[in-house]
Ligand binder design. Structure first.
Ligand SMILES: Nc1nc2c(ncn2[C@@H]2O[C@H](COP(=O)(O)OP(=O)(O)O)[C@@H](O)[C@H]2O)c(=O)[nH]1
Ligand SMILES: [Mg+2]
Length: 227
């Protein structure tokens, strides 16, 4: 059977120093270094995945550098993106607080053709630094990620190569299920492009017991939990 090639534009967003470039290099080149030069502008890396017997995916991972401090990106950067990794550094609370700003920026500037947000996975990076982590200060990421519309969350380490593949695979699965749905609805569905997701208020001071593993792709998981 003829394999179909698809190009998927995936954004990697989050504050400066959270590990975006390291995650991309780890995933694409299987390397980690303490010193990635802060590239200025936008850069992207390509990973070709043999996804199933029907499709080969050309995964374009879009990195940003130098613009993180503004907490938002231009529409041009977001254009035609089909998914995103939103990264924070689990040793720095401010980077977690910035997650909703990034998610809000994403959802205000790109959406699926049916108006729904593009799939986004939340990464709590640098989990190899757990002793210095924020566990007591973080809300339960399971609830947080569900409440704020992430399709999953993972504790990751670009340094130790923990969950990088799993997180990106989770994102790609969600992207592909959107693509399949879109293909089957192509004839019918009304487009509501440009709609903006309004995020509910979140109280960062709420102390809940912290991290407890990772989500394992909850949006695709058949109802595992009874609650
Ligand atoms: N311990 C640890 N350090 C990391 C990890 N990921 C990135 N870093 C370090 O954090 C710093 C910033 O990483 P970088 O990828 O440049 O972050 P970016 O600004 O988001 O692209 C660098 O010194 C990296 O070596 C990780 O998983 N664990
Ligand atoms: Mg970088």
């Amino acid at each position: 059977m003829q394999q179909q090639e698809r190009l998927l534009k995936v954004l990697v967003i989050g504050d400066l120093g959270v590990g975006k470039t390291s995650i991309i290099k780890r995933y694409v080149n299987q390397v980690f270094s303490q010193h990635y030069r802060a590239t200025i502008g936008v850069d992207f890396a390509l990973k070709v995945l043999s996804w199933d017997n029907k499709s080969v995916l050309r995964l374009q991972l879009w990195d940003i550098a130098g613009q993180e401090r503004y907490g938002n990106m231009t529409r041009v950067y977001y254009r035609e993106a089909v998914g995103a990794l939103v990264v924070f550094d689990m040793t720095r609370l401010s980077t977690f607080q910035a997650v909703l700003k990034w998610k809000g920026d994403l959802d205000s500037k790109v959406a699926q053709s049916n108006g729904k947000p593009v799939p986004a996975v939340l990464l709590a990076n640098k989990c190899d630094q757990r002793p210095n982590g924020l566990c007591p200060k973080l809300p339960k990421l399971e609830n947080f990620s569900r409440d704020y519309g992430f399709v999953g969350w993972f504790e990751t380490s670009a340094k130790d190569n923990t969950n990088i593949d799993a997180a990106i695979t989770c994102l790609v699965k969600n992207i592909m299920s959107v693509e399949d749905e879109r293909a089957s609805n192509e004839a019918g569905g009304a487009a509501a492009a440009g709609s903006v997701l309004v995020l509910p208020h979140f109280d960062y001071n709420t102390k809940e017991k912290g991290l407890s593993g990772c989500s394992g792709c909850p949006s695709l998981r058949k109802q595992r939990d009874s609650d």
